[in-house]
Design a protein around this ligand. Sequence first.
Ligand code: SF4
Length: 74
Amino acid sequence: MSADIRIDPILCRGHAICALFYSDGVDLDQWGFGKVVLAVAESPRDVRRAHRAAAACPNGALVVRERQVGPTGT
Ligand code: SF4
C-alpha cells in the first residue's frame, strides 16, 4: 500500500494541522503553510496518518491518493 500526497497551494491557509497529524510527510514553510516533504507514503502506517491529516485539514488542501495495485501486485 502506498499513496501520493500533495498540498493544493491555492486552498492551503496555513492552519498547520497537517504537520501535527503527519509530521514525517508534511512540514510547514517559512510562512506557516503546509509543505510536502515526503511525496509518497510507502507504509500502511504512513498512508493511514496521511489520510488522517487530510481529513483534519479544514480547507481540503491536503490530497492523498492511494496508488492502485495491479493483479500482479505491481
Ligand atoms: S492543514 Fe490544510 S490548510 Fe492547514 S497548513 Fe495543512 S494543508 Fe494547509
